[in-house]
Every structure is written in C-alpha cells, then in structure tokens.
Design a protein around this ligand. Sequence first.
Ligand SMILES: Nc1ncnc2c1ncn2[C@@H]1O[C@H](COP(=O)(O)OP(=O)(O)O)[C@@H](O)[C@H]1O
Ligand SMILES: [Mg+2]
Length: 394
Amino acid sequence: MDAAYNPYTPGAGKAPPALVGREEQLEEGRVVISRTARGVSADAPILYGLRGVGKTVLLKALQAQASTAGWMTVEIEGKQESTEQDLTRRRLARGLVTAARSVAPRRGRLSDAWRRALGTIGSFSLAAGATGVEVTLEVQPNEGRGDSGDPAIDLEELVSDAVPALQESHIGLAIFVDEIQDLDPATLSALISVQHRAHQNTWPFHLYGAGLPNVPAKLAEARSYAERFRFVEIGALRPEEARAAFAEPAHQEGVHYEPAALDRLVTVSGGYPYFVQVFGDQAWRAAPGPDTITAEDAAAAVTLGTSVLDDSLFHSRWNRATPAQKKLMRAMAEDPVQSQVSDLVARLRRRRPGDLSVARDELIKKGLIFAPERGVLRFTVPHMDDYIRRRPED
Ligand SMILES: Nc1ncnc2c1ncn2[C@@H]1O[C@H](COP(=O)(O)OP(=O)(O)O)[C@@H](O)[C@H]1O
Ligand SMILES: [Mg+2]
C-alpha cells in the first residue's frame, strides 16, 4: 500500500486518525466547559488505565476542547526522576505565561482583575526562574504573591488572584497533568488542595489528569480529600470499536480489509489502541495490493507488529528491571490477567509476602506493575505476560 497514505499513528500521545470509543468522555468534557462558563460546579476527570489505552490522546483532546472554548490551559507531565520539582514549576510557569498571553485582553484594555491576574502570574514565573517574563506580560509582577517558593501557597495565590479575571471573561483555567502518578509530591499535593478550594468556592479552575491504574490510590495518599475527584477508567476498545479503529481510517483512503483479516487483527490487538495502531500500520505496509488488506497481509502484520511491540514497548521495560524484579515478573507471567501475591510467594519458594515486597515496590515505582487490590499484582502494560513467556530465560 502507498506509504504516503498510511493513516495509522503508532506512538505515545500521537493523535489517531479516528478517536474511536471516547464519545462519552468528550461529551462530559463539553459539560465541564459549559457548566464552568455558567459559574456552576463541574468535575474535570482524572483518567487512569493501562499503558497504550489512549489516555494521553484523550487528555489532549480535552485540552483542545478547553482551548477552543477560550480557556487558559497549561499542560505538564510527571517524570520518574523525583527531583523534578523545580523543572515542573518552571514548565508550569512558562505554560501559564503563554496561556495568559493568548487569552488576556489587549494591553490598554486590561481591567484591574486582569492586571492582578497577570501580575501574580508574572511574580510566580519570576520565582520559578523563568526569565524575561515580566517584559512579555507587560504588567508589573505582583511582588509577594505566588512567589514564596512553597508550591502549596503559591499555586493557591496564583489561582485565587486569577479567578476574578477568569470570571470576568467567562473562561476557565485548567492544568492538564499527564503521568500524574509521577508528579513530584509537593506539586501534586499543592494542585490537589487548590482543586479542593476551587471546588468549595466554585472557582473556574480545574485539574485534569491522566495516569496509570494506581492513580486513584496515589491521589488519595497525597491528600485525604482526593475522593472528590471524578476518576474515569480508560480501557481497551470493544470489539466493534476496534473494528472501526482499523477499518475507518483505511476506508477513508479507499482501502478495505477482508473480513478474515479484520477479525484476526481485532483479536490480536485485544482492542488496545496502541496495538491497533501498530498492527494497522504493519498491515498497511505488508499489503502489496492497491486497495485490499488480505488475510495473508494480516498474518504478516501480526508477525511484524509483534516484533515492533517488543522493540518499542516491552524490551526496554524488561531491561530496566533487576534480576530479582525479573524473577517476580516471570512468576507473574504464569497467571492470566493478574496474580495473587500468595501464589507468587509459593511459586518463588519464599516464605512470606514480605519477602517479595522490595521487588514489588520497585516495580510499582518504575510503573511496570500495580496492585489493583490488596494482595494482587498486575502488569501496567497489556500483553506483558505474553512477552515474558515468549522470552527465553535470561
Ligand atoms: N480512541 C482511540 N482510537 C484509536 N487509536 C487510539 C485511540 N486513543 C489512542 N490511540 C492510539 O493509541 C496509541 C497510544 O495512545 P496514548 O494516548 O499515548 O496512550 P496512553 O497515554 O494511554 O499510554 C497511540 O498510537 C494513539 O494514536
Ligand atoms: Mg500516556
């Protein structure tokens, strides 16, 4: 098939040709925006789920909705290295300045509310170490507001100083945090408490998030009122949605799948969006014909796609684990779906669950596994168990 027209988009955070199966979340996103504009309370979602289900892409789509509605939006990403607090703060500051510049009224038409909002954004940015910012905003920084260095105080001052301007313009301010489980604890806890205040006072401020399945637990740990969040689980596509995710983008280019080809790819992908894109991409490449993806092409795509997934998703994660962690993961791979810790203890000939807790905790920290409930472990990457089973012992 002509590579120039290949519609598939394998790759973290890449907008797919069709955002299949997320209509409900997008509709709820529109509700948040319209409720906020009317000054009534609304709950932005915190998306969570396995890797490759499309959380980042959906979070970006929600951000695009908000930006289109004229909101101030800022995106940041949690990083594994936990010394990221300063960097996160700088990114946040830079994002705020850029967003403020795009939504604030023209200079000369600035109301007092907007002057105050921009002033505090300026002082926050200066304190964060973003240079040249006060010039860019053309408003004097609000010294003593948002610049103490304590994220909890500063974010709260920043948001509360921005609220009157936002209300005046009937817009919201939203911070979108991807990989929120990896955000440094001080920033996370500050964002949660601002969200909490915003909720109490019906401020037009929202924290949107996305991350791994341990996110609800992680947020509850960070602040006791995290249960206020609207957690939304993002999962694999249903079979008919997966069919659409394969077939529709091809159809747009005048290409169709033989029914057997489509059945095979839908099954092998398990409905996981990332797998859909990888196998769709490989099927397109494998097919010699001008307009049909045959069962034979699909079979080739399964082989090629599997090796692409090994290289892009599995090898690097496996290699990040220590020998003890690999042993634990191998023991987990013997179970379908998830493992009971008590079974793992027996399988690894240990005595107590505590004997596994170092490896367990580190694998959780690395984002490779999570505990869906007490005494149970599961991989965060779909099909990681298959990969481990087909790997020779090392
Ligand atoms: N709803 C969807 N339909 C089809 N493909 C999707 C969908 N959501 C995401 N994708 C594709 O899946 C892959 C993973 O998306 P991403 O948002 O990075 O997942 P996550 O953040 O959950 O790991 C990307 O290649 C993207 O193009
Ligand atoms: Mg992601």
